[in-house]
Design a protein around this ligand. Structure first.
Ligand code: GLN
Length: 553
């Protein structure tokens, strides 16, 4: 069959859940037996979000192939349970870099390089690359930002052309908008949606479906009105009221008839009747009252929870699986080192120190790790969180406060964490870390070995520093266990503290491979230890190894 395309645009305001909507629609189609992939087009000029502060765009999500991408890719992978690749996130910066590179090489000799057709052609080439590299039959493409932004115009023009090239039965446009609520008259307003649709039309794209987001119920007359004023089939006006349960969105869209409607409009027939039993059970489980455990997340970007999106989701997946609720307490590491939040830290059932860069708040994280180690509090360190756990332990082992990572103290006499040798010559900051999937060999009879219950795994990485092998023997002698190493034993991938109920750090980011239906084994083991500390019985844990590396798409 010809590749089918669904284009998602946003209207009225940003942050209306366009990414989640696209991810959920992907799930509807996957449940009907179609092979889907999702691509995000980001209008900013950075080549990727890897060099941006998480305060700007939330977490940087890492794929198998090491692409540093927008956090929406995390929604796609979690909701649809697929593994995407680097062509699935395109930025304006990438497109321009490619075109300008070609121009300098002389590929267009004699030509004047313009937005149309050179930039738009490059965008079209990248959209086509998704089906080529993933084999997807239906490609969902989400355009970042809101219709009306100057930045996204070339993307929309490329989409307009693709719709003309491939025909309406192969390309549908889904516009996700917001209905504001006016308190004084107690009504929802459709006017901004009408304006946004008009704007989209003026670019040459007529929406085939409108997903109307709102904090309040949307009645039938309002749907009629949107259908009429925006010239969209009433069946294709989909009310989407805010739900506290993110994973309920696919069920709501299914109930609203989105799956059947889209399949029909694409001229397809579902290959199977969608089976939602497992998903429904998961959502019911989320809604149930469950005993709660408290986990403190000690990080430097805690004001913006999106900066730790995958960590939060991975904690929730594991807790859900064990039949408990996880209350995440967001603890600012830079304030911890000033003596704040200690009452909170002391009342936690578990502590997570996530990934990060730069020295702000580092000592606060080390102090939190020290507390966890000396008070038998379960601790999970992710990348930087693992490195700081090693620094903390090293300070004790070497009896010196000068023990550090050279990232924070270049001249420390005891660099227990140091730049990886292959990083020494690197001067460019963008896309040059050790990125993506690398194998990790597990050592039996360790916490990690038992949690994974398999000898070898592959996990996603994003780091420049590593445990300095010079100190390995000493740390091991003092009770540090290296439970995961690279197959050549050169790089420590997982460290644990012997005799502690659960103090474990990973050089990789297990959070990127956690799925709502398949929590990550290390997160499950962590939450299990947290429950034990809190005295809360859990449902027996089943080992849930991450999906095999064979890229499903
Ligand atoms: N800054 C550390 C490094 O580069 C940790 C990175 C991370 O936490 N992702 O190795």
């Amino acid at each position: 069959m010809a590749t089918k395309y669904l284009f998602f645009t946003g209207g009225v305001v940003s942050s209306v859940g366009k990414g989640v909507t696209a991810a959920a629609v992907g799930r509807l189609l996957k449940n009907r037996g179609f092979h889907v992939a999702v691509q995000k087009l980001d209008p900013y000029i950075n080549v990727d979000p890897g060099t941006m502060s998480p305060y700007q765009h939330g977490e940087v999500y890492v794929l198998d192939d090491g692409a540093e991408t927008d956090l929406d890719l995390g929604h796609y992978e979690r909701f649809i349970d697929i593994r995407l690749n680097k062509v699935c996130n395109v930025t304006t910066g990438q497109v321009y870099a490619e075109v300008i590179g070609k121009e300098r090489r002389g590929d267009y000799l004699g030509g004047t390089i313009q937005v149309i057709p050179h930039i738009t052609n490059e965008i079209k080439r990248r959209i086509a690359a998704v089906a080529k590299t993933t084999g997807a039959e239906i490609v969902l493409v989400e355009v970042g930002g809101t219709v009306g932004d100057i930045e996204s115009l070339p993307f929309l023009e490329a989409i307009r052309q693709i719709r003309t090239d491939l025909g309406r039965e192969n390309t549908l446009s889904i516009h996700v908008t917001w209905l504001p609520y006016i308190g004084a008259t107690a009504e929802l307003k459709t006017k901004p949606t009408q304006h946004s649709v008009r704007e989209l039309r003026s670019i040459g794209i007529s929406p085939d479906m409108i997903v109307a987001r709102s904090d309040y119920p949307i009645d039938d007359s309002l749907r009629d009105k949107i259908a009429q004023f925006c010239d969209v089939d009433k069946r294709a006006v989909i009310p989407m009221v805010t739900t506290p349960v993110l994973y309920e969105v696919p069920l709501l869209l299914e109930q609203a008839g989105v799956g059947d409607y889209l399949v029909q409009r694409l001229g397809l027939e579902a290959r199977q009747k969608p089976d939602w039993s497992e998903w429904k059970q998961m959502v019911e489980e989320v809604r149930k009252d469950k005993p709660a455990v408290k986990v403190g997340l000690v990080g430097k970007y805690v004001e913006l929870h999106d900066a730790y999106m995958s960590v939060r989701e991975a904690l929730k997946h594991a807790a859900l699986h064990l039949g408990v609720e996880v209350d995440i307490h967001w603890i600012h590491s830079a304030e911890v080192e000033k003596g704040k939040h200690w009452d909170t830290i002391k009342s936690m059932d578990g502590i997570v120190v996530p990934g990060g860069f730069g020295s702000r708040g580092i000592e606060g994280k080390i102090q939190a790790a020290h507390y966890a180690r000396t008070h038998q509090v379960p601790y999970l360190g992710l990348c930087l969180g693992m490195q700081l756990m090693v620094v903390e332990f090293g300070r004790e082992a070497l009896q010196s406060d000068e023990v550090n990572s050279t990232e924070f103290d270049r001249s420390t006499p005891y660099p227990v964490i140091d730049l990886m040798p292959e990083q020494h010559e690197i001067t460019d900051m963008g896309g040059t870390m050790r990125l993506g999937l690398y194998p990790c060999k597990l050592i039996p009879d360790t916490i990690a070995g038992r949690a994974y219950a398999q000898p070898m795994v592959e996990e996603r990485h994003r780091h420049r520093f590593e445990l300095n092998n010079t100190y390995r023997g000493l740390l091991e002698e003092r009770g540090m266990v290296f439970s995961g190493v690279s197959p050549d034993n050169r790089l420590v991938e997982i460290a644990e503290i012997a005799g502690h109920p659960f103090m474990l750090g990973t050089q990789f980011h297990p959070e990127f491979l956690s799925r709502p239906n398949r929590p990550h084994p290390l997160f499950t083991a962590f939450i299990q230890a947290v429950c034990q500390r809190a005295g809360i019985p859990t449902r027996a844990s089943v080992t849930t190894a991450p999906q095999s590396v064979e890229v499903e798409n």
